[in-house]
Design a protein. Structure first.
Length: 273
């Protein structure tokens, strides 16, 4: 590029102004929905990001469901069967799962279920409302790869929280009054052990968004993670900033929902008059 071309590009994108002014202009435009244009294909960043968000949500929701179903249920049963073979097996499996990186889990799943057994598609997916059956088939491996770590974390936390709750005085009081063990567990112990689990679930969103970069790249998943990798490779800064802001907003919303769930689970928690 000649110096005249460089100056023209700087003027076109506003790079010839002071950095504080550039930031103020960008932030004002971002809040109003003008996220700029991609350097790579000159398309609006809002359109590029908006097209990828549903795919990342589909991966996140599936991973969350798997983590909750397997992690919480296994942890509660392990707590109720403390020091039994089931408890030892569940705890050992959780520790082993926590030691495995997501990319390794993804590779094993691809090699076994896609390459060897040919049970599910290896790469790519569609949105659930376009083709529900194929969406589930093609999403199963990413869901499992993204959910195993969360399931292991939730299993350990739910077991620990349940054991602590089962040792509280109000549990012994309920038992002394003749309340059935099933009611003690479901109505009293389970609800009071949910607060730490809600905190873990809120934190898991950040892990899922971070892991999405690896998983979406490995499974050729057209979500925000794959978009951010492409943008980083091409130095497409408007797209990078758009993805970062959306990810930050998602984490803030998740934390807000977590705080609201606290008041629902435990009415004693108040955030002001």
């Amino acid at each position: 590029y000649t110096q005249e071309q460089v100056d023209m590009i700087k003027k076109e994108y506003g790079l010839d102004r002071a950095i504080p002014i550039q930031y103020a202009d960008w932030l004002g435009a971002f809040v109003t929905g003008d996220w700029g244009l991609s350097y790579q294909n000159n398309q609006p960043v809002t359109r590029l990001v908006g097209m990828r968000i549903p795919y990342t949500i589909q991966m996140a929701v599936g991973s969350f469901v798997i983590a909750i179903l397997f992690g919480v249920a296994t942890g509660i049963v392990a707590a109720l069967k403390r020091n039994t073979k089931y408890d030892i097996a569940a705890t050992s499996s959780a520790l082993f799962a926590l030691a495995l990186p997501e990319f390794w889990i993804a590779l094993v799943l691809i090699l076994f279920f896609s390459v060897q057994l040919d049970l599910v598609p290896t790469f790519g997916t569609v949105l659930f409302w376009h083709d529900p059956l194929y969406a589930i088939q093609s999403s199963m491996l990413p869901w499992i790869a993204g959910g195993i770590g969360g399931a292991a974390t939730l299993m350990r936390q739910s077991r620990s929280s349940m054991l602590e709750t089962m040792g509280e005085d109000f549990i012994r009081t309920a038992r002394s009054k003749g309340v059935s063990e099933k009611k003690v567990v479901i109505k009293h112990a389970l609800r009071n052990s949910l607060l730490p689990l809600v905190t873990i679930l809120g934190l898991r969103l950040g892990r899922i968004l971070g892991g999405a970069i690896i998983l979406e790249t490995m499974f050729v998943w057209p979500g925000l993670g794959a978009l951010s990798v492409t943008a980083l490779q091409k130095a497409d800064y408007p797209v990078i900033m758009g993805v970062v802001m959306v990810s930050a907003a998602a984490i803030i919303i998740a934390n807000l929902i977590t705080d609201l769930l606290y008041t629902y689970i435990d009415p004693r928690i108040k955030y002001g008059d």
